[in-house]
Design a protein around this ligand. Structure first.
Ligand code: GLN
Ligand code: ZN
Length: 764
């Protein structure tokens, strides 16, 4: 097969990876029926093959000249890489021998008495990868031939295909070791396996491979830089297809000279997040090298702005010529849904602003043809520019009321009336809570009956009155349970919410919801982020009714429950015509009104959840302080309007917060609950150094596990906490909301928690 770059008259169009699930989430269904034992491996693999083939065809029809292979995965591509190089921990080996697929899924999600690999966030996305578990002296060897098999599959369709592989340095940097040794020390053990693979592919006639090295967009220490130079020199030595080195999720910046010096044949850069790097990259790129220009945003769902994209491409083609310029989305399309054309229930104007994976490839085709002098394509792009100009004027996109209010916002809005030390005193009087107060994080078990009622209501088969009666009874029941258990600060249980962001988005202006806009979160799990397309405004109270109702049923304080502005932002597709921080401030103002209304309705304790605060942190240290400053300010705007006696709580989970403790303290919440029981209170070591001024509830019940913790175990965790925390500071609560658990687990666990708190109080 000839080189990909010079078979057409316009620049080559490709993409780094495609969503795996299918437009109807076919892979999810195939996986889950297989896991339940209802179908066999052959059925699962057949669905997977169909999806790969369909997606290649769709991409080609949309405009791609070449397609990636091995971007597909049954669960996760990092796990696939570990398996490919036999980086399989001992505990899975026997099972993998007996049944490779069962072994693979045991690594991914546990089972057969084995616990899964750790899972963590893929850079700053909402995708989670499985962390390879390595150790000093680890050996690697090639096992299986998944990439080549997929390449042959694509070839059989006459496609120009390119295997994708996570590069060796990023692979090691994303891995962990069980013995605390440096994963990078394993580079020389790993490289021969990579070299052997490249050689096999060269022998098979593979023209190009794509080596993903997203870590090149991170701050790198000298050891990592050396690892890059060494690894790529070694890989260039043997027989190998041409290599495209793919970087994404940010600028190369201080790693540019390094990236440009590596002996590869092409370099992919992210020009959506970092368009400003183009000049420097063009200057640094050695002659003869292909530049894959990632000009279309692979992380968001809006059509691109031709007035921004075309000048970049014109500059690149002037320097490189058609042969050495490829066009691509900025990163894998894994992070966007497949096809905006499916969203027929959205307003047609809004739909016209959207570009999901297939539309992004169509856009690339317009750009490529325009560069080749095609007038029709140029006219289509002008049409797109006009469309986007009209978007700015569409009703709801820019609201003068929202803008005026934001402009008039004084810095005072982000301040509580008094300092925390004073608030503690007045809150202690107002709430009269015991030492070591007990509470929960918000949600209670979402039973089948509840899910069923919600679905029936949505479908219009259960009328509003009946649904509301049902919810009221659920809430009353949750309160009866809490009173019987003896908790101190109660919650209404969130039965009316199926999702902590969607519930608010549905009640706010400026939001829209797709029907099939699913994005993989991990394994078969997908999320459907709302779209924030317009200025955000609240038209009516969102949570007051149920909170006030719950409070009317008990003498104890009931905590109001809100999702914070940063988390709503982080878990949505955010408009690209305003800075994120401005959108976040709009959200903060809407929530501020809600907080105010809750207070007026007699709610004395209000929790504003910010589990996603940490995940919004920019990848590069130089950008972190400014993010934290506006994120913290937004939280404070939401909470800032209340009386001193109103107690503001926040809750965080899903991440390590140790590196942003100062920002967490700067939220100025009266109480914070943090996930911690899985790490057995390791988080507390950070509080030894950092004197946290407010109250803290380090979770003492791991809600991710069906295991019911006993009284003793909880007491032990609390004692650990008391070593570093003042008893007057310590709250007693689970790690997170209880919606995924069953009442039969929750009741004894919370009883154990309350009893442990009571017993300890007696000792203090
Ligand atoms: N209040 C929410 C709940 O309990 C918090 C969820 C979360 O932190 N992820 O479900
Ligand atoms: Zn949580």
């Amino acid at each position: 097969m000839s080189s990909q770059a010079n078979t057409t008259t316009h620049p080559h169009i490709t993409y780094l990876g495609f969503p795996r699930m299918g437009r109807r989430r076919e892979l999810k269904r195939a996986l889950e029926t297989y896991w339940r034992g209802e179908t066999d491996a052959a059925a699962l693999l057949a669905t997977a093959r169909e999806l790969r083939q369909r997606h290649w065809q769709q991409a080609r029809t949309a405009g791609a000249c070449s397609v990636p292979v091995n971007d597909f995965s049954l669960y996760d591509h990092v796990l696939d890489t570990a398996v490919l190089f036999d980086a399989v921990p001992e505990r899975y080996r026997a099972l993998r021998q007996a049944d490779p697929l069962a072994g693979y899924f045991a690594m991914a999600r546990g089972g057969h008495g084995l616990h899964a690999l750790e899972m963590t966030k893929w850079f700053d996305t909402n995708y989670h990868y499985l962390v390879p578990e390595l150790h000093a002296g680890q050996r690697f060897q090639l096992t299986g031939d998944k990439p080549l098999a997929e390449w042959r599959e694509a070839q059989a369709f006459g496609l120009d295909a390119r295997p994708v592989l996570l590069g060796p340095v990023s692979f090691l940097r994303l891995a962990k070791t069980t013995d605390g040794s440096d994963p990078l020390a394993l580079l020389d053990a790993l490289l021969p396996a990579y070299a052997q693979l490249l050689q096999q592919w060269a022998d098979a006639g593979v023209p190009w491979v794509q080596l993903d090295e997203p870590c090149l967009a991170l701050d790198l220490d000298p050891a990592s830089r050396e690892a890059y130079a060494h690894a790529y020199a070694v890989l260039a030595r043997g027989r190998t297809p041409r290599r495209l080195l793919a970087t994404y999720f940010g600028a190369l910046d201080d790693n540019l000279a390094l990236a440009a010096s590596l002996p590869v044949d092409g370099l992919h850069i992210d020009l959506a997040r970092a368009p400003e790097q183009l000049d420097a990259v063009l200057a640094a790129l050695p002659p003869g090298r292909v530049l894959s220009a990632g000009v279309i945003d692979g992380r968001n769902i809006w059509r691109s702005q031709p007035t921004r994209v075309l000048p970049l491409l014109e500059k690149a083609i002037a320097k490189l010529g058609t042969e050495h310029l490829w066009l691509a989305p900025s990163c894998s399309l894994l992070h966007v849904p497949i096809d905006a054309a499916q969203e027929t229930t959205l307003a047609p104007e809004l739909r016209a602003w959207l570009a999901f994976a297939l539309q992004k490839l169509e856009e690339l085709k317009q750009y490529a043809q325009t560069l080749a002098g095609d007038e029709a394509a140029r006219a289509a792009l002008s049409g797109q520019s006009a469309l986007l100009a009209a978007r700015a004027k569409a009703p709801g996109v820019q609201r003068s009321d929202v803008r005026a209010r934001l402009n008039a916002l004084s810095p005072q809005a982000a301040q509580r009336r008094s300092a925390l030390t004073h608030r503690r005193v007045v809150q202690a009087q107002a709430l009269a809570l015991p030492l070591l107060p007990t509470t929960t994080i918000g949600s209670f078990p979402q039973t089948d009956a509840l899910r069923h009622a919600r679905a029936e209501h949505r479908a219009g088969r259960l009328n509003n009155d009946a649904y509301e009666t049902f919810l009221a009874e659920e809430i009353a029941q949750a309160l009866r349970h809490q009173e019987a258990i003896g908790l101190d600060v109660l919650v209404h249980g969130e039965p009316e919410r199926n999702d902590m962001v969607e519930y608010f988005g549905e009640q706010l202006e400026g939001f829209a919801f797709t029907r099939q806009g699913w994005v993989q979160s991990y394994g078969s799990r997908c999320v459907k982020p709302p779209l924030i397309w317009g200025d955000v405004a609240r038209t009516a109270p969102m949570t007051v009714r149920w909170s006030a109702y719950a409070q009317s049923l008990t003498e104890k304080p009931v905590k109001g429950m809100l999702t914070g502005p940063v988390t709503v932002l982080q878990w949505s597709f955010v408009r690209d015509d305003l800075p994120r921080e401005t959108v976040c401030r709009q959200l903060a103002l809407a929530l501020r009104d809600e907080v105010h209304d809750l207070e007026h309705a007699g709610i004395q304790v209000i929790q504003i959840d910010e589990p996603a605060l940490r995940e919004g942190l920019p990848l590069r240290q130089a950008q972190q302080a400014s993010y934290l400053a506006w994120a913290v300010q937004c939280f404070r705007i939401a909470a800032g309007g209340v009386r001193d006696t109103t107690q503001i709580h926040t809750h965080m989970c899903y991440a390590e917060f140790n590196d942003i403790l100062e920002a967490v303290a700067a939220l100025d919440a009266d109480v914070i609950s943090i996930e911690s029981s899985r790490s057995r209170m390791e988080l507390l070591t950070a509080f030894e150094q950092f004197r946290y001024p407010g109250d803290i509830g380090p979770g003492v019940y791991d809600i991710h596990s069906p295991r019911i913790p006993g009284h003793e175990e909880i007491t032990e965790l609390l004692r650990k906490a008391l070593v570093v925390l003042d008893p007057r500071q310590l709250w007693v609560n689970p790690d997170c909301g209880l919606k995924t658990r069953h009442w039969a687990e929750v009741i004894p666990a919370l009883e154990a928690m309350v009893n442990a708190a009571r017993a300890l109080r007696g000792e203090l």
